[in-house]
Design a binder for this molecule. Structure first.
Ligand code: X5A
Ligand code: ZN
Length: 694
C-alpha cells in the first residue's frame, strides 16, 4: 500500500502584494522548492500523485460560518487597496485575488488525502498546500491561514467516514489555536500541539496555549498543549515529548486516523521557530506516529519558512511515509531542563484524564551505590566526542543541512533466514528468503565455545544467521529474521553479539525477551546495551545491562517500550539492533510487531530479529512485514499497567535516570547531578554522573 502526494500548482499563486515584514515569509517558493527537492530525491516519483480539487461550500461549512466563507469568496474581485484593508482586520493575514481558489484547493487536498487513505487506496500521504490552515477559526483568518485544512479533514472523516477517534498532531512551531477552538469540547478529536510559547511572550500570545488548557466539557483531556518556554529545542526534546507525553496518550486513545498539522517552522534554521531539530527528526516523528491507527497517517503542510530546512524536512517525512527506515539522529540525545519542565507540566495537567499517566510520577527510588557509578565509558569513535552546549554551540543551519543523507535505503529491505520452509507462505512479496550460509569452518569456529551449538540443526541455523548478519553489516540487506532451536537461543544470540561487534558495529543494542541469560562475558564497555525483558526482577547491573520482568498487560508492555526501551535505545544511538524472542517470551504477534516496528527507528532500521524455530509462521510473517516498513496491527484499547509493571519501571527509572537522560520525565533534584549538569548536554551518556568529564 502506497503513499499519496496531493498537490496543485495553482496553490503557488497566492502571494503578498504589499510591504508587510510579518507576512512576507509565507511565499510561493515554499511549495516549488519543496517539490523540486522531492523530485530530485526521486521521492515524488514513488508516490501516488493526486491533483488537488477545490473543497465545496458544504465542506468548508463543516468548520466555517457561511458568512465567513462568502467574505473570503468576495476577495476574488477586490483591488489591491481593498485587499490590504480587509487583510488588516485580521492578525497576520494577507489576501490576494487568488487566495480563495488556493485556500479551497488546500482544504480540498486534505479531503482527497483522507478519502484516499480511508478508502484504502493508499496507506498514508502528504498534502503539499498553501495557504496553511491551523490558525484559521470558524469566522476568522489568522496567521497566514484562511481555511482550517486539517480541521475540515477531521470533520469530514467523522461525518463521511463515520470515524470516532481522530488524533491531530500539530508539530508546527506555532500553536494551532484554530484547531483547538474548533474541537475543544469534542472527545472524538484528540488535539496535540507543541509550540514556542516563552511564557506567553510569543505569537499568538494566548493564555490558552499553555499546558493547563486541556479542553472543556466532554472534551476535557482531549486538548494537549506542550508549550516550549525556550528556543533551541532539538531532536532529544522532540523525541522525549513524543515518548513521554504524546505516545502514551495516543495509544490509550487508540485513534482510527492520525492527521498531522505538519509545519516545519519547528525545524533548524527557521526564522520563526528558532529551534534546533534537524530534518531527520521529522523522519523519527513520522515513524513514531506510524505505529498508530494501522499506519493511517495524513500529513498536511502548515508553516516552514527556511526553504532549505523545509524542503529537507518534507523529504524526510515523505521518505518515512514511503516506509524507508529513518536515518539516525545526530547530536547528543539529552533533553534540556526547560523541555523537561514543559513535558512534566503537560503530563501533570493531563494526568487526571489519562490512565497511562497515573501512578507514574512517584518519588524516585534512591540510586544504590552499585549502579550509581557504572564502569561504563564512552565507546570508541564518538563523532566529535563529548560536547557541552555552552562550549560547542550547534553548527549553523546550512552546514547541518548540507550533510548528505547518511543512510540510503538498501535495495533489499528485509531478508528472512529461516530453517523452517513453511514460512514462505506468509511472507510479503519483496521479502527475500535467504539461501546462503556462512562458511562451515567459520560457523564451527564461532560455535565451538558453546555446548548448545554442537547439534547439527543449531549449527545450520547459526550459519544462516551469520550470513544474514554479514549482509546487514555490509549494507546489502537492511533487516532480517533468523530462527534457531530454542535450546540454542542464548548461545546463538551471544555469537550474534560478538560477531556484530567484531564486524563493524560500534554500538549494539540487544533487546532479549523471555528467559535469555546475559552472555557471561558481555563487556560493560559501552559498546553493547543489553536489555532483558523477562528477567525475574527489575535490575540494573550497570547502565549497559538492564533487566526487567515481562509486563503482564498491554498497558504495562506499552509503558515498558515507551518509558524504558525506547528512551534507552534513543540515548544509546546504536548502529545495530538485535531483538531476540527467547524461551517463554509470551508475546503475542501484535505486541512483538509493535516492538520490532518501534525498534526499526534505531540504527537506520538495521534490525535483526531472532526467533525460536518453533515460532508460528504467522509470527515470522508479521515481523517480516513490519521490518520492511508496514504498520503493526493496532493493539486495540489498552489495559492499565499492573502495579508490579509500574513499580519495575519506576525502580529502573530511578536507577538509570542519572545516566540516561532520555528516561527523565521530571526534574531530578539538583543534588543528583554533576556541577555542570544544568548546562551540560554533552553526550550520548546523558552528561550526568561523571562530573570529571564536564
Ligand atoms: C502557519 C504558520 C505563522 C504565523 C506567524 C505570524 N503561521 N507572526 O506558521
Ligand atoms: Zn507555524
Amino acid at each position: 500500500m502506497g503513499t499519496a502526494l496531493v498537490y496543485h500548482e495553482d496553490m503557488t499563486a497566492t502571494r503578498l502584494l504589499w510591504d508587510d515584514p510579518e507576512c512576507e515569509i509565507e511565499r510561493p517558493e515554499r511549495l516549488t522548492a519543496t517539490l523540486d527537492r522531492l523530485r530530485q530525491r526521486g521521492l515524488e516519483q514513488r508516490c501516488l500523485r493526486l491533483s488537488a480539487r477545490e473543497a465545496s461550500k458544504e465542506e468548508l461549512g463543516l468548520v466555517h460560518s457561511p458568512e465567513y466563507v462568502s467574505l473570503v469568496r468576495k476577495t476574488q474581485v477586490l483591488g489591491e487597496e481593498e485587499l490590504q484593508a480587509l487583510s488588516g482586520q485580521f492578525d497576520a493575514i494577507y489576501f490576494h485575488p487568488s487566495t480563495f481558489h488556493c485556500a479551497r484547493l488546500a482544504a480540498g487536498a486534505g479531503l482527497q488525502l483522507v478519502d484516499a487513505v480511508l478508502t484504502g487506496a493508499v496507506r498514508n500521504g502528504l498534502a503539499l498546500v498553501r495557504p496553511p490552515g491551523h490558525h484559521s477559526q470558524r469566522a476568522a483568518a489568522n496567521g497566514f491561514c484562511v481555511f482550517n485544512n486539517v480541521a475540515i479533514a477531521a470533520a469530514h472523516a467523522k461525518q463521511k467516514h463515520g470515524l470516532h477517534r481522530i488524533l491531530i498532531v500539530d508539530w508546527d512551531v506555532h500553536h494551532g489555536q484554530g484547531i483547538q477552538y474548533l474541537f475543544e469540547d469534542d472527545p472524538s478529536v484528540l488535539y496535540f500541539s507543541w509550540h514556542r510559547y516563552e511564557h506567553g511572550r510569543f505569537w499568538p500570545f494566548l493564555r490558552e496555549s499553555d499546558a493547563d488548557a486541556v479542553g472543556r466539557g466532554q472534551g476535557l483531556g482531549f486538548t494537549v498543549n506542550l508549550p516550549w518556554n525556550q528556543v533551541g529545542m532539538g531532536n532529544a526534546d522532540y523525541v522525549a515529548a513524543f515518548l513521554h507525553l504524546l505516545l502514551p496518550l495516543a495509544f490509550e486513545f487508540d485513534p482510527e486516523l492520525v492527521l498531522v498539522s505538519a509545519g516545519f517552522d519547528s525545524a533548524i534554521g527557521d526564522p520563526e521557530g528558532q529551534m534546533q531539530a534537524t530534518p531527520e527528526c521529522f523522519a523519527h516523528l513520522t515513524h513514531l506516529l506510524q505505529v498508530l491507527a494501522s499506519g493511517r497517517v495524513c500529513a498536511m503542510l502548515e508553516g516552514g519558512y527556511h526553504l532549505e530546512s523545509l524542503a529537507e524536512s518534507v523529504c524526510m517525512t515523505v521518505q518515512t511515509l514511503l516506509g524507508d527506515p529513518a536515518p539516525p539522529l545526530s547530536g547528543p540525545m539529552v533533553p534540556c531542563q526547560s523541555a523537561l519542565e514543559s513535558i512534566q507540566s503537560a503530563r501533570a495537567a493531563q494526568a487526571p484524564y489519562w490512565k497511562s499517566l497515573q501512578l507514574q510520577d512517584v518519588t524516585p527510588v534512591l540510586t544504590s551505590p552499585s549502579t550509581h557509578s557504572p564502569e561504563g565509558r564512552p565507546p570508541p569513535l564518538l563523532p566529535g566526542g563529548p560536547m557541552c552546549k555552552a562550549a560547542a554551540p550547534a553548527p549553523a543551519p546550512s552546514s547541518l543541512l548540507d550533510q548528505p543523507c547518511l543512510c540510503p535505503a538498501p535495495s533489499v529491505r528485509t531478508t528472512v533466514a529461516l530453517t523452517a520452509p513453511d514460512i514462505t507462505l506468509v511472507l510479503p512479496p519483496d521479502v527475500i528468503q535467504q539461501e546462503g550460509s556462512a562458511l562451515r569452518e567459520e560457523t564451527e569456529a564461532w560455535a565451538r565455545p558453546h555446548e548448545s551449538l554442537a547439534r547439527k540443526e543449531a549449527l545450520t541455523a547459526l550459519g544462516k544467521l551469520l550470513y544474514l548478519l554479514d549482509g546487514m553489516l555490509d549494507g546489502q540487506v537492511n533487516s532480517g529474521i533468523a530462527a534457531t532451536p530454542a535450546s540454542a537461543a542464548a548461545a546463538t544470540l551471544d555469537v550474534a553479539i560478538q560477531r556484530g561487534l567484531s564486524h563493524g558495529a560500534q554500538r549494539l543494542l540487544c533487546v532479549a525477551l523471555g528467559q535469555l541469560d546475559r552472555p557471561p562475558d558481555l563487556a560493560h564497555d559501552g559498546r553493547t546495551l543489553w536489555l532483558n525483558i523477562g528477567g525475574k526482577e527489575a535490575a540494573a547491573l550497570s547502565m549497559f545491562q538492564v533487566s526487567t520482568p515481562l509486563p503482564v498487560m498491554t498497558g504495562g508492555f506499552l509503558s515498558c517500550i515507551l518509558g524504558l526501551v525506547l528512551p534507552l535505545a534513543y540515548g544509546f544511538q546504536p548502529d545495530l539492533v538485535l531483538v531476540a524472542l527467547g524461551p517463554g517470551h509470551g508475546l503475542q504477534g501484535p505486541h512483538a510487531a509493535l516492538l520490532a516496528a518501534m525498534l526499526r527507528g534505531l540504527a537506520g532500521g538495521r534490525v535483526l530479529a531472532l526467533l525460536e524455530e518453533d515460532s508460528t509462521p504467522q509470527l515470522a510473517g508479521i515481523l517480516a512485514r513490519v521490518l520492511r516498513g508496514e504498520a503493526p496491527p493496532s493493539l486495540g484499547p489498552s489495559s492499565v499497567a499492573s502495579p508490579e509493571d509500574v513499580q519495575a519501571l519506576m525502580y529502573l527509572r530511578g536507577q538509570l535516570e542519572p545516566q540516561w537522560a532520555m528516561l527523565q520525565v521530571r526534574l531530578i533534584a539538583e543534588a543528583w547531578l554533576c556541577p555542570g549538569a544544568r548546562l551540560c548536554r554533552r553526550g550520548r551518556w546523558g552528561g550526568q554522573g561523571r562530573a570529571s568529564e564536564c
